[in-house]
Write a protein that binds this ligand. Sequence first.
Ligand code: MN
Length: 434
Amino acid sequence: MARMTATTLRGATRPLTARQVEAAYKIAKERFAAIGVDTDRAVRAALAVPISVQCWQADDVRGLEVVEGAFDAGGLQATGDYPGAARSGDEIRRDFDHAARWIPGKVRFNIHAMYAETGGKRVERDELEPAHFSRWMDWAAERRLGLDFNPTCFGHPMVMDGLTLSSPRKAVREFWIRHCLACRRVARHMARRFGPCVTNIWIPDGRKDSTVDRWGPRQRLVESLDRVLARRQPGVVDSVESKLFGIGCEDYTVGSHEFYLAYAATRGVVVCFDMGHFHPTESVADKLSSALQFVDRLLLHVSRGVRWDSDHVVRATDEVEAVCDEAVRGKALGRIYWAMDYFDASINRVGAWVIGARALRKALLRAMLEPWELHRRAEYEGRGADKLALLERRDEMPLGAVWDYACHRADVPTGASWLRDLASYEKRVLSRRE
Ligand SMILES: [Mn+2]
């Protein structure tokens, strides 16, 4: 039995030859052409969409700050104890250099303020400067990666009674306003070097039970955000992210969906939809065509909640496919920033990055291969059965052959063959970390 398993895995991870890939692609291309889909174009377009990869998957959201004592993580929790978590900026960068070889298409890198590198010196979050991120920037420049940035408004003693920008204490609010302003200066610096830098504000603010003042914190949050965003920073793409609830604030979240959607629409900033931050049966895909009537651009945090906001590794699930479909159908790709937001400490973390980024890219490609006009005509002409049958037909088309070709074109391994390299990296590098 054990031998059987080993043999099967060897088969599953065997790389395809260029000839195999091209032969299968040729057949797939003809089949898609028959329904009016240009596969060459779809492959090019799918590979060109930038996907921003989250640094925090590498180290279970621990960060690199020099700190004293322990404090509340603000409802964020990485579960699992798989060996190999990165312990320094160098290790995160080294891990990502490996992951990037297995991710097809354009990628960016997404950094949180808590990943400042301050040379062993303690630097408060409201005193962060671009120099504290110069190692990230030099690395990104060498690899020609774009950078995105985020203030870190959690996991810090100045989160008082679970509140930051909405706190009733002026000193607390001012601290976090200064932190966000400092982060926007860092982001401006990044933007100068690398082009537009998506800078997303998420705060954990909320209450555990039967909140009686739901108004005060929201009024204060409006005032704090207005101060943070009062002056435009060139190249900084400001974004705000809602949440439904967190551990310890199940009853009330100050920055709710309605709050930020209205805030973004009236202030001209980007609104972020995190796929784990809604009711489990609520469709984020359905929100695109609503929100984009009123806001100019969206940031999508692609994540996978299992029963709750669990931040499981992204897979090409129905919901991810639906989000990609909606973006492509609405010709809205130019108005959406794609970022991944999850962290799983229970599996190989480099693998976690690669699985999520490949799954999202594959779902984007799938969306671009849809013969949408055909489906739309059936809908408008009242031929409902035709529409359903055609949608079923979609899953019988040779997406896999086109995806293999896209990987091949992007010079990354096809199929699961990258698992061989992953095993070797784990053995040589990750398993030796304490
Ligand atoms: Mn998020």
